[in-house]
Design a protein around this ligand. Structure first.
Ligand SMILES: [Zn+2]
Length: 469
């Protein structure tokens, strides 16, 4: 036998032995979920960043060595919601829309976080939205309806998640509870609660911890609206990595990180906000990549999404995209709505009806319309029509436009859509689509994901590589 052939044979044997009877390939697993993050959102973010310089030219995970697509259909619909999508990603089980950690018969199913815990590894669940929102909930809770927020919050406190982090607790209006009610329950259960943006001292804790923004909102602010003193997803992930590295270096750990508001920006059809949110998710993944550099042989990063949101198209009719036109947008639709209302509908004060020119000046300043971005005659006529309805003969009345997570001023909402279309980004609708989503993998055992093609196959593949199940 030639020496080269023998050498290859030895390598092949070693690979077989390590995969079937040897050490687990991955010890530290990061499962990174961009909620509502379709492939066009990822591509659009690179185009936006390259044209505006508002983020890195390359979205880090889009260039991971193993890439593919996963299908996202749920057991009840070809278009999944975050609950069924999250359950498929966490547990490998298809279920009906709205189900959190239960199958189609409403029987509880275990998640990869449970498998990690049962095997003695640490568990961290991190999100930019409420800690009991659908995606994180699918990793630790079991309930028939995603809207059972307080059941989910109680289950988070009762479940051995070592490190949980997010904006805050979401509560149900019927109980009158505030988020601090659940923070108190967590403390009573022996969990240490920290508030951001700095989480000094978290890594020194030996028991369970929950890290929250400390603000009234259960979500972190959008990246595009973030101000000094606000907590970011990176703040939470940084604290999480410090804590897990300190406490679970020996036993290994599982960490789920959700970029939850990529989805919100899709629901409200707001491209610049969506792209900055996705960049912010990638910024948090930079911290994970730094951990990977310290433990390259034992760390696995799996990035995917539960579904696509908004039916985002790259191209709005013409054969061109001009992402630089989004550069002047200063805030999200939500933030611009707040500014619009305080400018033209100041509370408790009478305000002279603004002229169309004054309103145009507002959108020129906040979005660049009529300034850095030309507005077509038909688009201007559409906006003027909404202006006439808003500031009509019968008095001024802000027309609301409702999406899943907010009610924006209709004039603001349509002005942003006008800008998005002028830049070549077109939203199909303000809800989820049934498109497949990307799967991006790097690290220990990455080759095992080459054949993964449905969202139910990810969690079992992680379990196989870690030996957790
Ligand atoms: Zn979702």
């Amino acid at each position: 036998m030639k020496k080269g052939v023998k050498c290859l044979w030895v390598i092949a044997l070693a690979a077989v032995l390590s995969s079937c009877c040897g050490e687990p390939q991955a010890k530290y697993v990061f499962y990174l979920i961009g909620d509502g993050m379709g492939v066009n959102q990822v591509m659009g973010t690179e185009q936006y960043n390259q044209a505006t310089g508002k983020g890195p030219a390359e979205v880090n995970f889009a260039h991971f060595p193993v890439r593919g697509f996963v299908t996202t259909v749920s057991a009840s619909s070809l278009v999944t919601d975050s609950a069924a999508g999250g359950t498929a990603l966490s547990s490998g089980v298809k279920t009906y829309n709205s189900a959190i950690g239960v199958n189609s018969d409403t029987v509880a199913v275990s998640s990869v976080a449970d498998w990690a815990h049962m095997a003695g590894a640490g568990v961290a669940i991190i999100t930019s939205v409420g800690v009991n929102h659908a995606t994180p909930a699918c990793f630790y809770a079991h309930t028939e309806k995603r809207k059972n927020y307080e059941t989910i919050a109680s289950q988070l406190i009762a479940t051995p998640v070592d490190f949980a982090a997010g904006g805050g607790f979401i509560t149900e209006s019927k109980t009158g509870h505030s988020g601090s009610y659940f923070e108190d329950l967590a403390r009573e259960a022996g969990i240490k609660v920290f508030h951001g943006p700095s989480f000094d001292g978290v890594s020194a804790e030996k028991g369970r911890v929950i890290c929250l923004s400390g603000k009234d909102e259960s979500d972190l602010p959008y990246a595009i609206d973030r101000k000094e003193g606000d907590t970011s997803l990176s703040d939470l992930v940084s604290a999480g990595i410090d804590y897990m590295e300190e406490n679970f270096s020996q036993k290994g750990f599982f960490m789920m990180v959700e970029g939850g508001k990529i989805d919100y920006a899709g629901h409200s059809q707001d491209a610049a906000t969506c792209f900055q949110e996705l960049s912010d998710f990638a910024n948090a993944i930079d911290l994970v990549l730094a951990f990977y550099e310290r433990h390259p042989k034992q760390t696995l990063l799996v990035v995917s999404a539960d579904h696509e949101t908004g039916g985002l198209m790259l191209g709005a009719g013409k054969y061109e995209i001009n992402p630089e036109r989004l550069a002047a947008q200063k805030g999200s639709k939500d933030a611009l709505t707040t500014l619009f209302r305080s400018t033209f509908f100041p509370e408790g004060q009478s305000y002279k009806t603004p002229s169309w020119e004054e309103v145009k000046a507002f959108f020129a300043r906040e979005l660049g319309l009529w300034e850095s971005v030309a507005v077509s005659k038909s688009a201007e006529a559409h906006l003027k029509d909404i202006y006439d309805q808003t500031f009509g003969k019968n008095g001024n009345k802000d027309l609301g436009e409702t999406n899943l997570y907010s009610v924006n001023s209709k004039l603001v909402s349509e002005a942003v859509i006008c800008l998005d279309n002028a830049a070549g980004f077109k939203w199909s609708y303000g809800s989820h689509s049934g498109s497949p989503v990307g799967l991006y993998v790097k690290g220990a055992g990455q080759e095992a994901f080459v054949t993964v093609k449905d969202n139910t196959e990810i969690a079992p593949t992680i379990a196989k590589l870690t030996g957790w199940k």
